[in-house]
Design a protein around this ligand. Structure first.
Ligand code: SAH
Ligand code: ZN
Ligand code: ZN
Ligand code: ZN
Ligand code: ZN
Length: 493
């Protein structure tokens, strides 16, 4: 596995996964992760703990050197800070409120948009200066529509599935006989399952939502929602909450269970893979002996350019061509003309041939690859696979011995295919790496998997996975020189 992958920078920040995460200090998001700054050719960098969930200091500024002595006073202050960030109500309280709310007359069902909370009659006056709206019984069943999507670009942007993608996932998995769905960061999927059960036209499906957005605790009982951090497998509700997951995973012999996770895209692959593996292990322990060798069926939704990293962590997974799209992400729309195609794909340990991609959208079965592929993803006889990752038709380059993006041309001086206007090796000699700004190497040798053009466009050029403690603020793509200066400055931190 590429050591420099996580939080990729020229010097690289690696996540060190601890055997016993309980030894890590906690921020309000649970146990922090241990990071290490790795510099090529130099001795190991100093290790530090930082928040598992937030990439932006503004959201969580926890920082502690691994070998740092923390004073009693600071520990107390930290504990107080963590306490203050707890949700205002316990889950049981939220659930009691919900039941009261549901029984209110129509003209008293108020939702405060500013506080994002369902109001009980006695609370109306306190929120009278806020924007609030009356909500219907139907709206109460669609929290993912009612709640304002979190739009924090760096830590927790919520991108909700289009009807098309949500129905595809649900229909496909129901069709494969799954009766239970573990929804990790997929509130809209859980919502759709519950709505469908009400229709009584289909076999009922059970679902459990694990999400860090505790606003959902207002709408779901303890058996339907756990306040959870998928970067450190932390249950905010403690033992009793993790017991809910276990109970859900149990007796899944009769009722097959599948997990569908859609983490924030800036997320760290290694810790996510670790959490999903822990869920799978918990599932395994609860199976009868004959099925104990199998892995828990899972779908992890993530952009295609993470493929190498995900497969390095979870070798039994494969990437499917299906393009997942989102309602509130204008750039991630499914193959419409004039729009960027969505870079988001399904990674799964289910058999690819079982996941039938919709014919109406041009997907077809490739008998040689034994999977469904995008319409323009033509099988290459030389590579013996359908090579396209981005949905466009790729071309085989005989010099490179592989298929490459249609926009790439073989470059004699670089010795491989690249964009026609790429900075050639020869002209880059004096300037160092054009990708990351390091003067020590060329772009060709760069370990930073730089942003794909999709990503660059979608997020305003924001670089994936930069760590707050090293690169603090940066939203627009800087000029090459400015970027280099910034990175060199960060290096000397
Ligand atoms: N497409 C999904 C939503 C994906 S957005 C749907 O339509 O249902 C990412 C989701 O992950 C959000 O619901 C967000 O609240 C949740 N999330 C973000 N960070 C998380 C974390 N650290 N742990 C658990 N859930 C997280
Ligand atoms: Zn934190
Ligand atoms: Zn080829
Ligand atoms: Zn080539
Ligand atoms: Zn580089």
């Amino acid at each position: 596995m590429d050591g420099n992958e996580e939080h990729g920078n020229s010097f690289g920040i690696e996540v060190i996964l601890l055997e016993d995460a309980q030894t890590a200090p906690c921020c309000s998001h649970g146990p922090t992760l241990l990071f290490e700054k790795v510099c090529k050719g130099r001795e190991k960098g100093r290790r530090f703990y930082a928040c598992s969930a937030c990439r932006d200091r503004k959201d969580c500024n926890f920082f502690q050197w691994e070998d740092e002595k923390v004073s009693e006073a600071r520990l107390l202050a930290r504990e107080a800070e963590n306490q203050s960030k707890r949700p205002p109500f316990t889950h049981q309280e939220y659930w009691n409120r919900f039941q009261k709310f549901a029984s209110l007359p129509l003209d008293e069902k108020l939702f405060c948009q500013d506080c994002q909370i369902l109001l009980l009659p006695g609370e109306h006056s306190v929120h009278s200066a806020h924007r609030s709206t009356l909500i219907t019984a139907a709206q109460l069943k669609r929290p993912s529509v009612l709640l304002r999507p979190l739009d924090n670009k760096k830590s927790n942007a919520q991108y909700l599935f289009t009807e098309r993608s949500a129905h595809f996932l649900l229909d496909t998995l129901a069709g494969l006989g799954y009766k239970k769905m573990l929804c990790v960061g997929t509130p809209r999927l859980q919502e759709l399952i519950k709505l469908r059960n009400l229709e009584q036209k289909h076999q009922p499906m059970k679902s459990l939502l694990l999400d860090i957005d505790f606003r959902y605790a207002q709408f779901y009982s303890q058996d339907e929602f756990c306040h959870y951090n998928m970067f450190n497998h932390h249950f905010f509700g403690g033992e009793s909450s993790s017991a809910i997951l276990k109970a859900f995973l149990r007796d899944s012999d009769k009722e097959k269970v599948v997990m569908v996770a859609d983490p924030p895209f800036g997320g760290l692959v290694k810790p996510l893979a670790n959490s999903f593996s822990r869920i799978s292990q918990a599932w395994k322990k609860l199976q009868s002996s004959d099925s104990s060798k199998a892995d828990m069926p899972m779908i992890w939704i993530f952009p295609y350019y993470f493929e190498p990293r995900i497969l390095a962590c979870l070798p039994s997974f494969s990437m499917l061509d299906y393009q997942v799209d989102y309602d509130n992400h204008p750039l991630y729309k499914h193959g419409k003309m004039g729009r960027k195609q969505s870079p988001v794909r399904l990674f799964t340990n289910l058999s690819p041939s079982d996941i039938i991609l919709p014919k109406e959208e041009g997907y077809r079965f490739c008998p040689l690859c034994e999977r469904y592929v995008a319409s323009l993803n033509k099988h290459c006889a030389k590579c013996n696979l359908c090579p396209s990752k981005d949905g466009r038709e790729w071309n085989h380059c005989s010099a490179c011995g592989k298929c490459v993006k249609p926009s790439w041309k073989h470059c004699q001086s670089c010795g491989h295919c690249a964009l026609p206007d790429h900075p050639c090796t020869s002209s880059q000699v004096k300037e160092g790496c054009f990708n990351c700004g390091s003067p020590q190497h060329k772009r060709k040798a760069c370990s930073v998997k730089y942003t794909d053009s999709y990503w660059a466009k979608a997020s305003g050029g924001e670089k994936k996975g930069s760590h707050p403690s090293l690169l603090r603020s940066k939203t627009k793509r800087k000029s090459g020189a400015a970027r280099r200066a910034k990175l060199l400055a960060a290096k000397s931190l």
